[in-house]
Design a protein around this ligand. Structure first.
Ligand SMILES: Nc1ncnc2c1ncn2[C@@H]1O[C@H](COP(=O)(O)OP(=O)(O)OP(=O)(O)O)[C@@H](O)[C@H]1O
Length: 244
């Protein structure tokens, strides 16, 4: 299997709370992979460890062959992250935020202009290009955050709850942006919206108490849990666990 991310017994313990418990999983090149789970299941902690923001207590993960423990610099060079708390400069315009991020990635001035325009097109930000970030609605801010995460051409993109708090229309629009990224990067997203995981992702992993209790396509997960309804499948898997 052509795996881009190999997670081996990855573990994080906060005080006595095991947030991520010996998680083992591989994610294939080019796929959109959704991590689902109830509140506190360990999704964000997993993403934070994979993006070298939180250090694991045990286990390891390899991104394009680079260990998150010993190859932090190389890992950071191949990922883009759009976190839950969007890290945008509120007083700068959409274009200025992207130019700033291009500078962080060491893209020279003349190339940066071109690159920023490409990201604006890719994330359909044209009509907001000159607007200050603080005046944008949540959905537009999230698009900007994704464009910023993509500017260094990462091979792996992490999206932590990309449509949290967005209305139905903004969510659907963001889905089409995310779908448009398919093939450009391997995408790992966390979400609470079951229809989002079902509609966007190639495979879905369901976490419970820091463990992966099931992984597969939406069809496979429905089969495993003996139902044709994905919400019901999620409830059965997240409650019962260990149907993998
Ligand atoms: N910095 C921290 N210090 C202490 N405990 C933490 C910390 N971060 C997370 N936890 C705990 O670890 C567990 C997993 O949290 P995490 O945020 O990874 O879950 P999640 O699946 O992303 O949840 P949510 O869907 O609510 O965002 C929770 O019990 C949480 O309280």
């Amino acid at each position: 299997m052509d795996s881009t991310i190999q997670i081996c017994r990855l573990t994080k313990i906060y005080d006595k709370k095991v947030a991520v418990d010996h998680l083992t999983l591989s994610i294939r090149r080019g796929e959109i992979f959704a991590l689902l789970g109830v509140n506190g299941a360990g999704k964000t902690t997993t993403i934070r460890m994979l993006s070298c923001l939180t250090r694991p207590d045990d286990g390891d993960a390899y991104l394009l062959g680079n260990s998150i423990k010993t190859g932090e610099k190389r890992v950071k060079g191949c990922i883009g992250v759009s976190p839950q708390e969007t890290a945008i400069a509120r007083n700068l315009s959409v274009r200025e935020n992207l130019e700033l991020m291009a500078g962080v990635h060491g893209i020279g001035r003349s190339d940066a202009k071109e690159k920023v325009s490409e990201m604006i097109r890719l994330c359909s930000l044209e009509e907001m290009e000159r607007k200050k970030a603080k005046t944008l609605s949540g959905g537009w801010q999230r698009r900007l955050s994704i464009a910023m995460a993509l500017i260094g051409d990462p091979q792996i993109l992490f999206l932590d709850e990309p449509t949290l708090g967005l209305d139905v229309l903004a969510r659907r629009e963001l889905w089409s942006v995310i779908r448009g990224l398919k093939g450009r990067a391997t995408i790992i997203l966390t979400t609470h919206y079951l229809e989002e995981a079902e509609s966007l992702s190639d495979r879905i992993g369901i976490m419970k108490d820091g463990k992966l209790c099931a992984v597969g396509t939406d069809v496979e997960l429905k089969q495993k849990s003996g139902t044709s309804n994905f919400e019901e499948a999620f409830v059965r898997l997240a409650k019962g666990g260990d149907l993998q």
